[in-house]
Write a new protein. Structure first.
Length: 541
């Protein structure tokens, strides 16, 4: 790859090239965990000793309600030893293929704007594992000293639980139990709980009865197929496992008719009222995109008539959202429907709090545009850098739609790293068919601090070439004999594999600058929240 080395150094002085290399490479594992290990060394070492399915991948049928599914009894026994903290606060439980984290953030911010003390439990994290637990009236990651203190208090219980469960307690189960304990000890008014995998057998699916205010199912897509039964229908069944007897359920959607039928039949069987964010009673639209103080916003309207009255339940006009894309507007609508469920249960939440909460929600790694100073700090001058953790066909389509909606037909180069258990070809097709891509650099990053789940860059390249062939798109890839001579002047889509994340970013940047012409040049880094985390850790450090 002599030419790649030439491209990477092209127009870089020694200082800027070395700066970018240090920023973007470093030790990938150290970048992902250094701050947590320095602040919580004993606790993080303890967690690292447990089985972590984010690192190793989830076993076949683990998320299904079957003999091969995760053992919820194990989680209930652990919580019992801790005094059943999950029974001491009200909760909203969220499952779905995509949109869980954004919907949780919208809902938490709305309730905080009303003045409630809110716990929020989500995964994965970007910069620190403490992001997964936020608590209080203002949110923010749980303090390190709070987790350290709790760990010391319950370590004996955890040790005994691990012994009695024959070492089978997982990283996620232990951390979830700690989140529930924090929420109980802080006496939160309500907790927003995001399921980790599926729903029926997820470790979070232990909240029953009056403690559960509502369940939310955001979307159903083909992710974790093997772990959730092998079909879209089996995934829907697994997600519907969070619907509880007599408790309302909010459906985000839109869903395929056969999938919505599965969800509604489960709700009917459980005598659970259904509110839908996708039916005719809800009207949402994006009016235009604006730039305010260097940040993009989408100006939206949202009108809800879910109770069938002539007057809307909620009417939000000229809503200014910094979470971009139609999918984020749908997530905002889903969170608002959940608020209507809370109102029906006696919670007081004003329309102004809904507006404030939706407008103030902003999440790292979700359609995140770096500022010009951040891009320059990485040696990426005069291009727009967009970070997004898209890793499925549906999320790739949403990202492409957002690029077209907000950035006006730009020249695009991609840097992509993905886990092994994703549909790489379907992901690639959404980009290759949805927008003009100048170059795609396939690379590698660690997944949850380990390399075992990361797809090799050469395999990713082959999958993208396969996708281009199925679409009839001519590409120039680094396996062709003419690649070295043609790469900077050919007008075909360039597809390259390189295991170095830093070199991939630099090379994509150089090709993009050459090819963009008068168009806006957009460098998109995507494929996983872990690749986004790598970039943000560089800036954070």
């Amino acid at each position: 790859m002599k030419l790649l080395r030439i491209i990477c150094s092209f127009s870089y002085g020694p200082r800027s090239s070395l700066f970018c290399h240090k920023r973007l490479v470093g030790s990938r594992r150290m970048l992902s965990v250094a701050s947590d290990h320095s602040a919580m060394p004993e606790f993080m070492d303890y967690l690292d000793s447990l089985k972590n399915y984010e690192k190793s991948g989830v076993p076949k049928d683990a998320g299904t309600d079957s003999d091969d599914g995760f053992d919820l009894g194990r989680m209930r026994r652990l919580l019992g030893r801790l005094g059943n903290p999950h029974s001491r606060f009200k909760a909203v439980h969220i499952a779905g293929t995509k949109g869980k984290g954004s919907t949780a953030a919208f809902l938490a911010n709305i309730l905080q704007a009303e003045g409630y003390s809110v716990g929020c439990y989500t995964s994965p994290h970007i910069l620190t594992i403490r992001e997964r637990i936020s608590v209080g009236k203002y949110g923010g990651p749980v303090p390190a000293d709070r987790l350290n203190r709790l760990f010391r208090e319950i370590k004996t219980i955890l040790d005994e639980s691990i012994r009695t469960e024959n070492g089978h307690l997982s990283h996620f189960e232990v951390f979830t139990s700690m989140a529930f304990t924090v929420f109980a000890e802080e006496s939160v008014d309500i907790a927003i709980i995001e399921a980790g995998l599926g729903g029926a057998r997820d470790a979070t699916n232990v909240i029953y009865g009056s403690e559960l205010v509502a369940s939310i199912i955001t979307s159903i897509g083909e992710e974790h197929l093997d772990a959730l039964g092998g079909s879209l229908e089996s995934i829907a069944v697994a997600k519907s496992g969070i619907i509880k007897q007599g408790r309302p359920v909010v459906l985000g959607g839109p869903f395929l008719p056969k999938i919505e039928r599965i969800l509604r039949e489960k709700a009917l069987a459980m005598n659970s009222p259904v509110l839908s964010a996708s039916d005719a009673s809800t009207r949402t639209s994006i009016k235009r995109v604006e730039v305010v103080n260097g940040r993009l916003y989408q100006l939206c309207d949202m009108v809800f008539h879910v109770h069938g009255d002539s007057q809307p339940d909620v009417e939000l006009l000229d809503l200014k959202m910094s979470m971009l894309g139609r999918h984020q507007l749908q997530n905002a609508a889903t969170a608002t429907c959940a608020v209507l469920c809370l109102r029906d249960s006696g919670w007081i939440v004003s329309d102004s709090s809904i507006r404030i909460g939706l407008e103030q929600t902003y999440m790292l790694g979700r359609n995140q545009l770096l500022t010009s100073s951040q891009a320059s700090a990485l040696g990426l001058n005069a291009v727009t850098v967009l970070l997004d953790g898209a890793h499925t066909k549906d999320s790739a389509k949403a990202l492409v739609d957002t690029i077209r909606l907000t950035l006006s037909n730009p020249a695009v180069a991609l840097v992509v790293a993905m886990a092994m258990d994703k549909d790489h070809v379907a992901f690639a097709k959404e980009f290759l068919s949805g927008t003009r891509v100048e170059a795609v650099f396939l690379t590698e990053v660690s997944i949850a601090g380990a390399s075992s789940r990361s797809t090799s860059s050469t395999l990713l390249r082959d999958r993208w070439i396969h996708a281009s062939e199925e679409l009839g798109i001519s590409v120039l890839h680094d396996g062709k004999p003419e690649y070295s001579e043609a790469v900077m002047n050919d007008d075909r889509v360039v597809i390259v594999s390189n295991s170095s994340f830093a070199n991939s970013v630099q090379a994509a940047y150089q090709i993009l600058k050459r090819r963009a012409g008068n168009k806006r040049a957009v460098l998109v880094i995507t494929g996983s929240l872990h690749v986004v985390s790598s970039v943000l850790h560089c800036l954070d450090n």
